[in-house]
Ligand binder design. Structure first.
Ligand SMILES: [Zn+2]
Length: 259
């Protein structure tokens, strides 16, 4: 930019203008530092939308062998079985609706007084369908496909099959874009940075049994809160905890926070 001030006449991107452009007045709320909140959600928040949890007593891992459907080795042995499992999850997800807990977090995301980073272990899209934006899916997304040969990603159809050609390289190497056991979760740098920088870290509906997500509370430098159906294995690591169904305790907590 070249500016040449000369009385009321100056140049702005090469154009002569006669008045300095007015700066917008800062909004009053911009004077107050927005409270940084990092939230990690897990299967417990989607359970009340009818999507099965994985690790509970009647969770999905009691009905399916996770070694067969949720590891790269299992997929290598029998891709059709793994695709069948995720096709069923995708159909369940399409039939489910976001609940009051998802809606409350979307409302919190719109509040100008709070700077929210929403991180989820869930592969469903219920946060997005409730209105949240910029959700960090650290375990990938059910509704996305991934090519194991060229790393291309695309919107997955409801039914995926092992011999579907990749839209980019045409190889039959397609898989769901979900992070399996033994694979590195996505966006770990963004996740750890957001948790460490947060004034408040909240874990909602997480079983706190799977690392690295379970270890995030240890990185938090601000206040920490667990909202869960029952105290998790890590409840003692949080400053405060509330127990109950997510559809009750999450909207109540958000309402209190944003007044
Ligand atoms: Zn490909």
């Amino acid at each position: 930019m070249h500016c040449k001030l000369g009385g009321a006449h100056w140049h702005f991107y090469g154009k002569a203008v006669t008045h300095l452009p007015r700066l917008p007045k800062p909004a009053r709320c911009a004077m107050i530092q927005a409270m940084k909140i990092a939230i990690l959600t897990g299967a417990g928040i989607s359970a009340e939308s009818g999507l099965g949890t994985f690790r509970d007593e009647d969770g999905l891992w009691t009905k399916y062998d996770l070694n067969e459907v949720a590891t790269p080795e299992g997929f290598g042995r029998n891709p059709a079985l793994a695709h069948g499992f995720y096709n069923a999850r995708r159909a369940n997800c399409a039939a489910a609706s976001p609940n009051a807990a998802h809606a409350a977090l979307a409302e919190l995301g719109r509040c100008p007084d709070h700077d929210l980073t929403l991180i989820t272990q869930n592969i469903d899209d219920l946060h997005e369908r409730a209105g949240s934006t910029g959700v960090i899916h650290m375990r990938g997304e059910l509704l996305r496909g991934l090519c194991a040969a060229c790393d291309a990603r695309w919107d997955a159809p409801i039914e995926m099959a092992a011999d579907d050609p990749c839209p980019q390289c045409q190889q039959a190497a397609t898989r769901p874009d979900v992070v399996w056991f033994g694979e590195m979760p996505y966006f770990m740098d963004d996740v750890t940075t957001a948790v460490a920088a947060a004034d408040l870290f909240v874990a909602i509906g997480t079983s706190a049994e799977v690392y690295p997500a379970a270890g995030l509370v240890e990185l938090a430098r601000g206040e920490t809160l667990e909202l869960n159906l029952a105290p998790s294995a890590q409840a003692g690591a949080f400053d405060a905890r509330r127990s109950g169904p997510a559809t009750e305790i999450v909207p109540k907590w958000v309402a209190k926070l944003i007044g």
